[in-house]
Design a protein around this ligand. Structure first.
Ligand SMILES: [Zn+2]
Ligand SMILES: [Zn+2]
Length: 340
């Protein structure tokens, strides 16, 4: 009992300082992050400890080795930046839109009724958006966010069908609820357990850069290990450890290279992993011909949107544009590369 009390007190203090440890998802996420960092340190640490020529090499080729250490640190920094970044939560976008409209409403010169004139984003027509209770009858009318989301769906779509059953926000097309984050994510790609967060609209480019850096770092480390294995005489047990680490490294490298290729394809065609995998189950994707990527604006524009963070709700096609893209291919479409 006397031993348990200090242990319990230490645990309580730890949970108070690190609230992420109180839930199992937070604990497993922290464990995976530590495991990933430890794996990187094991690979570099083994060379530092076992390769007597490694220190010599840093003296002979300071630029080569310092570049490697710089790249190693940059990859880990990119990992933590991506892990700590927001994927773009619907609730945040909704708050921004409603706050912007509330400011516009406060600054609006007209006071004839409790509303503001809000330009519909696609059609250019002017619609009346009323915040909170309407002047007549006191019936609650759609908020700015609801109006904006409704504009993105075909007329007659029920607001109830667009509302997330878990966090009760209206989902624009491409958004999905993540059960690990317990929030709806804009342009949901997948929930990455290694990062402990979702990959979505706001951090897809950061994720791509991270796997790109991780691939390059793995190739560089592989070259150094092969060099150590073939050029330095050493006891059998060191050779055995190197071969074991090489196997882990090659498997990891194959995985990250395939991931890099897959996400490069997704970015170039403006798709998400979720849309690609669940194409037949998603209402707005179901009727699209197999090779049509409905959100693609051409390779150059897709790249620009992802790199410059320009892929916003405004860049989503309207329901009419989506309907147009779902029609069957003609010979002219083939020539125009409509699929990409
Ligand atoms: Zn949700
Ligand atoms: Zn998530």
């Amino acid at each position: 009992m006397g031993v348990c009390c200090p242990v319990i007190r230490t645990r309580d203090r730890l949970l108070l300082n690190l609230p992420c440890l109180s839930d199992p998802v937070g604990r497993s996420s922290l464990f995976l992050k530590l495991a990933l960092v430890a794996l990187h340190l094991v690979f570099i640490g083994f060379l530092l400890v076992c390769d007597a020529q490694f220190i010599e090499k840093t003296r002979l080729h300071p630029w080569y080795m310092s570049s490697y250490f710089f790249f190693f640190s940059a990859t880990l920094v990119q990992y933590f930046v991506t892990s700590g970044s927001s994927p773009g939560y619907v609730i945040d976008a909704m708050r921004d839109v409603d706050e912007t409209n509330a400011i516009m409403y406060r600054n609006a010169p007209t006071t004839s009724f409790e509303g503001i004139q809000h330009a519909s984003r696609k059609t250019g027509s002017v619609v009346i958006t009323v915040e909170g209770e309407s002047a007549s009858g006191g019936r609650r009318t759609p908020s700015s966010w609801q109006k904006m989301v409704m504009d993105l769906y075909p007329p007659g779509t029920s607001l109830r069908n667009l509302t997330c059953g878990y966090c009760h926000v209206e989902q624009p097309p491409r958004a999905k609820h993540c059960h690990d984050c317990d929030r709806c994510v804009l342009q949901f790609d997948h929930h990455c357990v290694w990062l402990g967060t979702c990959v979505g609209q706001k951090n897809h480019s950061k994720f791509w850069w991270y796997i790109c850096e991780e691939s390059a770092l793995s190739i560089w480390t592989l070259i150094m290990y092969i060099d150590f294995l073939t050029n330095v005489a050493k006891p059998w047990w060191k050779n055995a450890i190197i071969i074991l680490l090489l196997v882990v490294l090659v498997i990891s490298l194959i995985f990250v290279l395939l991931l890099l290729l897959f996400h490069s394809y997704l970015i170039l065609t403006n798709q998400s992993t979720y849309e690609l995998v669940r194409r037949k189950r998603i209402p707005y994707m179901r009727n699209m011909p197999e090779r049509v990527h409905p959100f693609s604006r051409g390779i150059k524009r897709n790249l620009y949107n992802v790199c410059c963070g320009n892929d916003t709700l405004d860049s989503l096609p309207t329901a009419y544009e989506l309907e147009d893209r779902s029609r069957s291919y003609t010979c002219l479409d083939m020539l125009k590369c409509r699929c990409c």
